[in-house]
Ligand binder design. Structure first.
Ligand SMILES: Cc1cc2nc3c(=O)[nH]c(=O)nc-3n(C[C@H](O)[C@H](O)[C@H](O)COP(=O)(O)OP(=O)(O)OC[C@H]3O[C@@H](n4cnc5c(N)ncnc54)[C@H](O)[C@@H]3O)c2cc1C
Length: 412
């Protein structure tokens, strides 16, 4: 068993960001990664995906987008290169193909058992992302086994989906983009719509994310919202970096059939809630609130240089079907774009809350030396975005270094 001050688990943007901060402070550490650097962007993204955040929004500690198109949207392989270049720039101590199997507390620190050996660490930073287990509603088990089912993380493109129609369940960023792509490929598509975030790609002549950053929406902190749990469960944005809108109005205009929330499945027969108008109305209200925040920011700042307000018109919501017979509708595949749930089977320290999530305050857990990064809305709203992880990484690295200094002072 080797001793090491810090083990970081996961070499996505979060693990690399904290590794950069630790390197800057001269802290000896390793980053263990079960696949390769940026593994999720290699193996859990569909082929045509472009980031929904513009290229300039890929800033990490001591790193930013160096290319010629700051307002463009990277493909997943381009982001892999971006993160590989980042790791290379500070010779990040990444151990690839190394899976963490156990983390447990011992008298000497945290024991980290991996597929390649064991470390005894004073500190461990969990940066394993939010996608460790796909959430699939229980209705899935009632669907006829002849219907092909897959999750958004396993979807690659229309050619890999068996012929015929597709039901996409979930209308956040992934569900809306996948439904759009399948429809463009000529497939009959039904999308089951739950809570979602409607947004125009551009507002007042700028990318909506530019305004959200400027107006302080992305930087809002968890103590500024009145319901932290609900804020952390906010759906991802119905945006695409591929140059066309993927809002429900656009999908419907392209022939995608909209349905309410899927509530039950019995073989080939599915039932949906009659909540489509209410869900669409809620998303419209939240979008209008955001526009008012942006307009308020502009009014305060003077408004120079901004284009005219051009909010998308309200979308007259259809009622949606109460029932759908998959066979009659020609649907042979169901794609679950219903999000993720936490999964830490290897973490044998008592830090999980009743929802199975790691309890923390700005990434610091109640177990001395155990930290977490990359979760949704950790401190700022954008903490699980590429562009948002830096401030959490700096905070965690600073806390960890203080802890090391205190331990050294005590033993001196
Ligand atoms: C479809 C999709 C599109 C997205 N698009 C954008 C976007 O456009 N812009 C944006 O800012 N954000 C986007 N996000 C959100 C976010 O940036 C990504 O989810 C990102 O991958 C999170 O980075 P991370 O470092 O926190 O976690 P991850 O990238 O998930 O990295 C965690 C790493 O930990 C490793 N790991 C897990 N368990 C273990 C273990 N036991 N032992 C060792 N290693 C382990 C994994 O292999 C993985 O490489 C998107 C998310 C999804 C799902």
């Amino acid at each position: 068993m080797s001793r090491i001050p810090v083990v970081v688990i996961g070499a996505g943007q979060a693990g690399l960001a904290v590794s950069r901060c630790l390197t800057g402070q001269g802290a000896d550490h390793v980053v263990v990664e079960r696949g390769r650097i940026a593994e999720r962007w290699r193996s859990a993204r569909w082929d045509s995906l472009r980031l929904l955040t513009p290229n300039w929004m890929s800033r990490l500690p001591a790193w930013s987008y160096p290319g010629p198109d700051p307002d463009g949207y990277m493909t997943a392989p381009e982001l892999v290169s971006h993160l590989e270049d980042y790791a290379g720039a500070f010779t990040a101590p990444v151990h690839e193909n190394t899976t963490v199997e156990i983390v447990e507390a011992t008298a000497g620190g945290l024991r980290v058992v991996t597929s390649q050996g064991t470390w005894l660490a004073r500190n461990v930073v969990v940066a394993t992302g939010t996608e460790n287990r796909a959430y699939v509603p229980s209705a899935a088990s009632g669907i006829d086994p002849r219907i092909h089912q897959l999750t958004a993380g396993r979807y690659q493109g229309p050619d890999q989906v068996p012929g015929g129609g597709v039901l996409v369940v979930g209308a956040s960023a992934s569900g809306a983009q996948i439904a759009d792509e399948l429809r463009r490929a000529g497939r009959p598509v039904v999308i089951s719509v739950g809570r979602h975030a409607r947004l125009p790609r551009r507002y007042r002549d700028r990318d909506i994310l530019w305004w959200m950053e400027r107006a302080g929406v992305l930087g809002q902190t968890i103590d500024q919202v009145h319901d932290a749990r609900s804020a952390r469960r906010a759906p991802s944005m119905q945006l695409s970096g591929r140059g066309y809108p993927v809002g429900l109005d656009a999908l419907a205009a392209r022939g995608v059939r909209l349905a309410g929330r899927l509530v039950a499945a019995d073989g080939q027969r599915l039932s949906f809630a009659d909540d489509l108008p209410a869900t669409i109305g809620g998303a419209q209200a939240r979008m209008e609130r955001l526009m008012r925040t942006i307009d308020g920011y502009l009014a305060h700042r003077g408004g120079e240089g901004a284009g005219p307000a051009d909010p998308p018109a309200p979308f007259p919501a259809p009622d949606g079907p109460a029932k759908l017979d998959l066979r009659r509708a020609g649907i042979s595949t169901v794609i679950w774009a219903t999000g993720y749930q936490p999964a830490y089977p290897w973490l044998r320290v008592p830090v999980l809350d009743r929802h199975g999530q790691i309890a923390h305050s700005r990434g610091v857990t109640s177990v001395p030396g155990l930290y977490v990064l990359g979760l949704k809305f950790m401190y700022r709203r954008n903490s699980s975005f590429i562009d948002g992880v830096a401030s959490d990484a700096r905070f965690v690295a600073a806390h960890l270094m203080m802890r090391r200094m205190a331990a050294r002072a005590q033993s001196a």
